[in-house]
Design a protein around this ligand. Structure first.
Ligand code: FAD
Length: 380
């Protein structure tokens, strides 16, 4: 019996698992990584099958399982192949802000096709001189009656280049404001007004891009504002509240991947005449990993459960899981590499890639240190 997950969500979990078993392929992932290409075909498929929509509400084409639904789907995808599950979920995690704060028209235009796997989303908050300190950002939006004129630059925007729509946080007369822009608007503005520079290869998740966006007198109509003008910081941070839980699910699924591989290997690999799992130090290490996994599972499900109930504790738990679970995943994947010995270090085993991929979960949407600050503020 599962404390948080009912039979219907278990069915979803099984369906996602079956799909990944059939469709996720490590060699294919590594080829995409080498070519620096996003798994667009698989993204479309998980949209068609309703796996993107599990956590979104029914009024916009989702299944209505909320944060818990997102957690189940993302955990299972990352459990099967971390780099693939992370890349696919990164196609829609940036769209949470538009889903939460967008009006009916905006949600229909952008969130519905995203849930169907037709649109990829992006969010541009970070700037060259403004990372953790979001409030210090410099990108400006000048108010021109029916539109804004945007000037400035953003860095590290995931999916830059192939995203169909972007959420941008910038400064206007009223404070920080979130606005949308899409491919059509980029086309209308022309090439001199908007530039994307791919930041190139990185430690992990190399099927996704991380881009620098440069705005030069880029026009955005005022009806593209998301939420309230001047309340952009709140808009983004509330989107991150769900985002952090789902990023923790990326990390959680990936630690399961590492642990399961390590157990399987330890049972098969023989040294000194017996399977290495029979050495107490290996067996006990696996037990420690298992206990940590169950602690993370409970914390993660609880965070999602609180979020879905709009519980005042949710913010704290969202930061807590974003702090604890990525750190634990990095540790467990590292231990898994150890248990596979020299083979763990080789690319074809998948673990070194998973360890590199998962490293980002303790950085994006707020570093571990920033989560600790957020939890402390809510506690004391
Ligand atoms: C692969 C990748 C994808 C990303 N995707 C996106 C995206 O889609 N959209 C987007 O907007 N951004 C994205 N980011 C940016 C990411 O969110 C930031 O890198 C992150 O928030 C940290 O900001 P920073 O890199 O400027 O580091 P800094 O804020 O400069 O931090 C540097 C170090 O100082 C520490 N630090 C900072 N402030 C404090 C403090 N008050 N107390 C103690 N320690 C502190 C940090 O924890 C860190 O260790 C992405 C980054 C990467 C690498």
């Amino acid at each position: 019996m599962d404390l948080y997950i009912g039979n219907d969500l278990k069915d979803v979990e099984n369906a996602v698992s079956e799909f990944c078993e059939k469709e996720f392929d490590q060699e294919y992932l590594q080829r995409l990584e080498d070519e620096h290409k996003y798994p667009i075909g698989l993204y479309e498929k998980i949209g068609e099958l309703g796996f993107i929509g599990v956590g979104f509400s029914e009024d916009i084409g989702g299944s209505g399982y909320g944060a818990l639904g997102h957690v189940v789907a993302v955990t299972e995808m990352c459990r099967r192949l971390p780099g693939m599950g992370m890349a696919l979920s990164l196609g829609y995690i940036p769209g949470f802000v538009v889903d939460i704060y967008g009006n009916r028209e905006q949600r229909e235009k952008y969130v519905r096709p995203m849930i169907e796997g037709k649109y990829i989303s992006a969010i541009s908050v970070t700037e060259p001189d403004s990372g953790s300190d979001i409030g210090s950002l410099q990108t400006r939006m000048e108010d021109k009656k029916d539109h804004f004129i945007v000037n400035g630059s953003k860095v590290f925007t995931t999916n830059a280049g192939y995203a169909d729509f972007y959420t941008l946080l910038a400064k206007d007369e009223s404070g920080l404001t979130t606005v949308l822009f899409d491919k059509d608007l980029i086309g209308k503005n022309g090439p001199k007004r908007f530039e994307i520079n791919d930041l190139g290869r990185k430690m992990g998740i190399n099927t996704t891009t991380s881009g620098e966006l440069v705005f030069t007198d880029f026009a955005i109509p005022k009806d593209y504002v998301i939420g309230q003008r001047g309340k952009g910081m709140k808009t983004v941070l509330n989107g991150f509240e769900l985002g952090r839980i789902v990023i923790a699910a990326q990390a959680f699924g990936s630690m399961l991947y590492g642990y399961e591989k390590a157990v399987d290997y330890a049972k098969k690999r023989k040294q000194f005449g017996r399977p290495i799992i029979k050495f107490q130090s290996i067996e006990h290490e696996l037990v420690d990993m298992y206990v940590e996994i169950e602690q993370c599972r409970n914390l993660l499900y609880k965070a999602a459960w609180l979020y879905d109930r709009k519980d005042p504790e949710s913010k704290k738990f969202s930061s807590m899981v974003k702090l604890a679970i990525p750190e634990c995943a990095i540790r467990i994947l590292n231990q898994s590499v150890d248990i596979l010995g020299g083979y763990g270090y080789m690319r074809d085993q998948g673990l070194e890639g998973a360890l590199r991929d998962i490293r980002i979960t303790s950085i994006y949407e707020g570093t571990s240190k920033i989560q600790k600050i957020a939890v402390a503020k809510l506690l004391y």
